[in-house]
Write a protein that binds this ligand. Structure first.
Ligand code: PLP
Length: 635
């Protein structure tokens, strides 16, 4: 691999074409590139070019790059997939999807989704009052749906009924039985006839990380008995004509297509039986769950999917149609609430590597002296004698000596100097053992073990808690790829450490050549060249779940559009500045002006006492004040 490494090897190693669905690849210069239009592959946007441009404009890294064209393309792809499945299978209903705004509520994202889905009457879904207010304001298409999930109070329902009054296709989905009483009471009071949906728990147990979203212990939805009671209640209150939608949601990132088929089959039976009970249902809402292939393995791993968007659409339509035909009921309008699959690909985080942490990287001057401790002498001997024959034994011996040294140090019988010598010799010898073992047998267990032991941590200027929350919280794999030098063999084995003061601030779940690993490969850092890493597929959930750990706050963000006529094939349409220290401090109830005044007082006092010269005092105050209005990340 090392000797005949090409850009194709890089693509394969990092799984770029696979997780990237064709939207990302490696260009001829060995740079990571975005291909926003799959039908026009000559339009290539080099991420290195974007970084150069934003640096020229004085925008600091880390930065979120949004490819608005990819977002657009995903919306269209989903709608086209359902349309073509419906056509090819002869399904009699249509498809009307909604985008669940919780997946990424950024105004620019939601607006782009609405605009690119306008031809398909693509709508929005909300799960809280704040989200409801955004969709009331933004979803002005009279033919698209506005679906309201999540727990609801009186205020929520009153807001929803405003939508109904102004002619929007609002569907209020009942998540727990008491909501129905509230809806009926308020609808009567305001003389509105809202569309009502019912969410079923289904009996079914899903798969993947969110497998408890359905089933008896699900948080949301009605049980079978509760559904029957709800229908009876609607009947007796003369609201049955409002019951338009049947809904279920089996969890997010469903890795296995069979799970989706099972859920549709069960849901379709409910639908058919309810129709036969007299419910005038029009919409069959299959919720979210359409996954993306984070690890690029195209498998049933939790971070992957074993199906494509087209196959998903086809399976939904086919499974539903089969049951409807069997039960002899009409084919309903199909609704899906796919969020992850719409937004995941379109944004990424670019961070600069600012250092390397490696225990074996020492510049310690290890000179032999008289009366060295026996452990040091033994270490020296092993180090001098390690060869192809004895490397396994050598490995065991140095590990044992290192352990004994630590114990001796703790007991106070071996000093700091000697311990340093042992450790230095240990790492040097370990590297030698690794080299020899790799020559003898490249794919052996010992080589694998030593590679991990000797791996580096690349220290990156970003916060895991702000930018890649799921890699920390649920061990979600996210693709990590160097932005440049992809035509060069990446010699370093390593993982990622962030700049928060939290030991958990690391990324150590990767897929290399389709295999899971705690490390991946990077290039050797050069002193005269910046090295950037991209963390990809952060557009779904990551962007909006970030938190304020260590007060780093939101990142600078650029919105990139492709432009065939531009020499670089792109232009930056908008720059949204990340948070300054003063801004993150305000969210924690500090008053930056007051803080500056307090510091000034303190420095003035030292000046009065003659501890600090007046000129320097002024400079220190200015520096503190200026720092309040700077980007929170490292410069
Ligand atoms: C979160 C959520 C979705 C979005 O799911 P994805 O798997 O991201 O597509 C859809 N519907 C409901 C009810 C949700 O809670």
């Amino acid at each position: 691999m090392k000797d005949n490494w090409t850009i194709e090897s890089a693509d394969q190693f990092y799984g770029i074409s696979k997780w990237g669905e064709g939207y990302f690849g490696v260009n001829k210069k060995g740079e990571l590139a975005a291909y926003p239009d799959l039908n026009k592959l000559d339009v290539q946007i080099s991420l290195k070019n974007i970084i150069d441009e934003i640096k020229n404009e004085g925008i600091e890294l880390p930065v979120v790059i949004r490819f608005q064209d990819i977002l657009r393309a995903r919306v269209k792809e989903l709608n086209k997939s359902f349309r073509s499945a419906i056509r090819s299978l002869g399904y009699c209903g249509t498809y009307k999807g909604v985008y669940p705004v919780k997946v990424n509520q950024m105004r620019e994202v939601v607006e782009e989704v609405i605009e690119s889905g306008a031809d398909y009457d693509y709508g929005l879904e909300a799960g809280s009052k704040s989200e409801l207010m955004t969709i009331l304001a933004l979803n002005t298409n009279r033919n698209s749906l506005s679906i309201l999930n999540g727990y609801k109070d009186e205020h929520y329902i009153r807001l929803a009924l405003i939508g109904t009054k102004i002619g929007r296709n609002i569907v209020i989905v009942v998540e727990k039985p008491s909501e129905l009483d509230l809806i009926i009471r308020l609808a009567k009071e305001t003389k509105t006839r809202p569309m009502i949906g019912i969410r079923s728990k289904l009996s079914f147990k899903g798969s993947g990380k969110w497998e408890n979203s359905a089933g008896d212990n699900a948080k949301f939805g009605l049980s079978t008995t509760e559904i029957i009671q709800a229908v009876n209640k609607l009947k007796s209150d003369h609201f049955l004509d409002c019951l338009k939608l049947f809904h279920f949601h089996v969890g997010s990132q469903i890795p296995i297509i069979g799970t989706i088929q099972d859920a549709i089959t069960e849901g379709a039976r409910y639908y058919a039986q309810l129709v036969k009970m007299g419910a005038p249902l029009e919409f069959f809402d299959v919720g979210g769950g359409l996954g993306v292939d984070y690890d690029g393995s195209q498998s049933s791993n939790d971070s992957s999917i074993n199906y494509s968007m087209e196959e998903y659409a086809k399976d939904v339509v086919q499974s539903l149609m089969q049951i409807c035909d069997q039960e002899e009921v009409n084919h309903p309008t199909i609704v899906s609430e796919s969020g992850r699959a719409i937004t995941a690909h379109h944004s990424c985080v670019i961070t600069k590597v600012i250092g390397e942490i490696n225990p074996s990287k020492t510049s310690f001057e290890n000179v032999e002296s008289d009366n060295e401790h026996l452990f040091v002498q033994n270490m020296r001997q092993v180090a001098a004698e390690v060869n192809e024959e004895n490397f396994m034994a050598a490995y065991n011996t140095i590990s044992k000596i290192k352990e004994d040294t630590l114990n001796a140090f703790k007991l106070g019988v071996l000093g700091l100097e000697n311990r340093a010598k042992v450790e230095d010799l240990y790492w040097c010898t370990l590297k030698r053992v690794f080299e020899i073992a790799s020559e003898v047998e490249e794919e052996s267990e010992i080589v694998w073990e030593l590679r991990q032991k000797l791996s580096s941590q690349y220290l990156c200027n970003f916060s895991v808690f702000q930018s890649t929350a799921d890699s920390w919280a649920i061990k979600q794999v996210l693709p990590v790829v160097p932005i440049t030098r992809l035509d060069e063999f990446p010699v370093k084995e390593g993982s990622i450490a962030d700049i928060t003061c939290d030991s958990d601030g690391k990324i150590c779940h990767f897929y290399n050549e389709n295999e899971p690993s705690n490390t991946t490969r990077f290039h050797e850092l050069k002193s005269d060249e910046d090295y950037y890493l991209g963390i990809f597929m952060t557009g779904a959930y990551q962007d909006v779940m970030g938190d304020m750990h260590n007060l780093f706050g939101r990142l600078n963000e650029v919105h990139v559009y492709s432009d065939d006529d531009d020499p670089t094939d792109f232009y930056i349409e908008e720059v949204i500045r990340g948070q300054k220290s003063s801004q993150v401090l305000k969210t924690m109830q500090y008053n930056p002006e007051l803080m500056a005044m307090m510091m000034k007082k303190e420095i003035d006092r030292q000046v009065m006492r003659g501890q600090i010269p007046p000129r320097e005092g002024v400079r220190l105050i200015d520096f503190y004040e200026e720092s309040l209005y700077r980007y929170t990340y490292l410069k």
